[in-house]
Ligand binder design. Structure first.
Ligand SMILES: NC(=O)c1ccc[n+]([C@@H]2O[C@H](COP(=O)([O-])OP(=O)(O)OC[C@H]3O[C@@H](n4cnc5c(N)ncnc54)[C@H](OP(=O)(O)O)[C@@H]3O)[C@@H](O)[C@H]2O)c1
Length: 220
């Protein structure tokens, strides 16, 4: 049976690599998203829809497009990092913008899609080491992004508890430092390596409410 799922932010970086890998063997139908609705992926089992996570109307339109289709997975991958990497001060405008996309929009989308999930579905929130309280190299930089990802990690744990009885798995995944527009060219990991980990997580029955990195459970 063909699996059906959604990956947000499939136009670039980790999302693009994950969509490409998911589509490779023809056993998965993927709905991807970009802010424009455009995509370079041309595949039979792929459709790209427009989604702007800071806009409630855009989220509602996206959910309407999905209709009553039953969903096997949702990968909440789309996110922004709008701040200067070396500034520790809080900028309220940037904090609000970051939370609108990385947290509020991501949660609004997930909540709106909840009635559609199949038993055994998997929701993966792509967060970050920069959202982990246990980061051994913790520093005061990127505060807006770090707070948004820490809060999304808590949502993972809360939603996992809520959906435990329905057998729906909810995970956070820390992809490491990845070569993309967000991570830059000097990053250590190619997007395909993360895509492989995401596919492995989707294919494996794992304990719900865990935080994953390179195929292993990591500390929050
Ligand atoms: N790269 C890293 O080193 C790294 C490290 C830790 C965690 N992560 C996380 O990994 C995930 C993917 O990161 P990436 O490096 O692949 O990012 P990326 O290359 O910057 O791609 C971001 C994706 O998100 C979409 N997006 C941006 N703003 C959006 C909005 N307002 N509404 C809806 N979609 C939006 C983009 O669509 P458009 O093309 O239309 O703009 C694009 O598809 C993110 O959650 C990120 O926080 C990345």
């Amino acid at each position: 049976m063909i699996k059906y799922g959604i990956i947000t932010g499939s136009s670039r970086g980790i999302g693009l690599a994950t969509a490409q890998l998911l589509l490779q063997d023809g056993s998965t139908e993927v709905i991807g998203t970009s802010t424009s609705g455009q995509s370079d992926i041309k595949a039979q089992h792929f459709k790209c829809l427009p989604l702007e996570l800071s806009d409630g109307t855009s989220i509602n339109n996206f959910v309407r497009h999905i209709g009553d289709r039953k969903i096997d997975f949702l990968i909440n991958n789309a996110a922004i990092l709008v701040e200067d990497w070396h500034t520790p001060e809080i900028n309220m405008q940037q904090l609000r913008k970051t939370f609108e996309v990385n947290l509020f929009g991501t949660i609004a989308l997930t909540e709106a899609l909840l009635p559609q999930f199949n038993t055994n579905a998997h929701i993966i929130n792509i967060t970050s080491n920069w959202g982990a309280f246990s980061d051994p190299h913790f520093d005061p930089y990127q505060p807006h992004y770090k707070m948004s990802k820490a809060a999304l990690n808590m949502y993972t744990k809360l939603l996992a508890k809520r959906l435990e009885e329905k057998n729906i798995t909810v995970s956070s995944l820390d992809p490491g430092w990845v070569q993309s527009d967000m991570g830059g060219d000097n990053a250590s990991r190619p997007p395909k390596a993360v895509a492989t980990e995401i596919l492995h997580l989707l294919d494996t029955k794992v304990e719900t409410g865990q935080f994953w990195n390179e195929g292993k459970v990591r500390n929050w």
